[in-house]
Design a protein around this ligand. Structure first.
Ligand code: ZN
Ligand code: ZN
Length: 443
């Protein structure tokens, strides 16, 4: 009995590691033959948010060629690809596809020299995949090709979603507003990953918490009373009042949030005045406000309102001239992983890819993502992970006093495509096979 158990265990282990190697080998082969030239094309041809026309067209062609049923122009340039493969859960994998208005200075042989007219500003600008979304879409095609060739290993309905305008935090909402769920159904699970220059190439970094913050955009309009610069007593100086508001806002995070809660209030812009000797009658502050939960968001937004208005009273402004606080409707909730699902994927990755490939680096920044637009209201269990994109040697060089590892959105941004794309595909395929196992009924 014991021997039989041992043999079974050994057999299972062999089967698992054999299939793990088989999957990794198949993806590597596909990278060499197919995905590398595709990545090269995307890297050389980045397109700005909302005008990802050629990228979307190419993605639609690739996903159709892989055997998916493809719908284009969903919420602008969005693409939805569906493969139905018997009974089972409905699962979505999302990749964002936009580039940035940055002139690439990475020194790479395939650096972008493209220019495009920005549909929002009207300016013609250089474009670059400076956030690594070229890794995401190339990996999505790799995933499509693996899932199509492994139809006997899974069962259910798979949606591969190509999203526009993530960098402007618009695309997810645009796709949802185009009746995404009504037209294609509401998935039971939703996944996405971001390549990360902060992690070692090929490492899967997954959190059971919140990998991205929620973000709000706030404007504060200060109405002063204009006067000659030499007669401050005759006016109400909005620059002095604005400065007091900027400093008072800093107490929100320092003194009102729990020290264990994460929040940011950044005044990114402060505009007022025209000339040395004129006291302006108006100042305009622009803020970004970040949170990782609804309670923090409420404390910060209410605090901003209270401070701005009451500092106006302190300055002696009449009730009808107090500062105005405008919170933009374009708000994104925090990206919060479903802890139990994140643990489940981590177990699957550990088993099928290897424990040394999976890490949990704490999130340091309060960057935001529009992926949670897909996963709240209605709530969909979801996991958003990161794939490291920087070779260990680059970190070692930086630690020894060499050039720092360039951050996302930098003109020097540089991702090692091979480990990023292959691990991007492998982690996605393993996650999908985990939640969409072959159903007994379908055998
Ligand atoms: Zn970005
Ligand atoms: Zn990005």
């Amino acid at each position: 009995m014991k021997l039989r158990e041992l043999t079974l265990a050994a057999l299972l282990l062999t089967a698992t590691s054999a299939s793990a190697t088989e999957l990794a080998d198949a993806i590597q082969q596909d990278y060499d033959d197919y995905l590398w030239p595709l990545f090269d094309y995307f890297h050389r041809n980045p397109e700005l948010s909302l005008v990802e026309v050629e990228t979307a067209k190419r993605m639609a062609e690739e996903l159709r060629a892989a055997g998916f049923e493809v719908t284009e122009n969903v919420g602008g340039t969005g693409v939805v690809a569906i493969m139905e493969n018997g009974p089972g859960p409905f699962v979505m994998m999302r990749a964002d596809m936009d580039g940035l208005p940055v002139q690439e200075k990475s020194g790479l042989e395939n650096a972008s020299v493209k220019q495009q007219t920005d549909p929002i500003t009207g300016n013609t600008v250089y474009t670059m995949h400076a956030c690594g979304h070229d890794v995401h879409i190339t990996s999505l095609v790799g995933t499509a090709r693996q899932m199509a060739s492994r139809r006997d290993e899974w069962s259910g309905k798979l949606m591969l979603l190509v999203q526009p305008a993530e960098e402007r935090v618009l695309g997810a909402q645009m796709m949802k507003d185009d009746d995404l769920w009504q037209r294609f159904g509401t998935p039971e699970y939703a996944f996405a990953f971001h390549v990360s220059s902060e992690n070692v190439a090929g490492k899967i970094n997954v959190s059971e918490g919140s990998p991205y913050a929620g973000a709000d955009t706030v404007d504060i309009i200060i109405h002063g009373v204009g006067a000659h610069g030499a007669s401050p007593h005759a006016g109400k100086d909005p620059i002095v009042l604005g400065s007091q508001i900027v400093l008072a806002l800093q107490t929100l995070v320092a003194r009102e949030l729990s020290p264990r809660a994460a929040g940011v209030v950044t005044v990114g812009s402060f505009h007022s005045g025209t000339k040395h000797n004129i006291i302006s009658d108006r100042a305009h502050l622009q803020l970004t406000v970040r949170n990782t939960n609804e309670e923090t968001r409420r404390i910060l937004l209410e605090g901003i309102q209270r401070i701005a208005v009451n500092m106006g009273r302190v300055a002696g402004l009449p009730e009808d001239r107090l500062p105005e606080v405008i919170v933009s409707k374009e708000s994104v909730p925090p990206t919060t992983n479903t802890a139990e699902l994140a643990r489940r994927l981590k177990t699957a990755w550990n088993a099928r890819i290897g424990t040394d490939a999976v890490i949990e680096n704490p999130t340091r920044g309060m960057g935001a993502e529009d992926f949670p637009i897909f996963t709240v209201d209605p709530d969909i269990p979801s996991v958003y992970w990161a794939i490291g994109g920087t070779p260990q040697a680059d970190f070692d060089r930086a630690a020894a006093g060499g050039p720092p590892v360039p951050s996302h959105h930098s003109p020097l941004f540089k991702i090692a495509p091979e480990p990023s794309v292959t691990r991007g595909v492998e982690s996605t395929v393993v996650a999908l096979l985990e939640v969409m196992p072959k159903q007994l009924a379908a055998r």
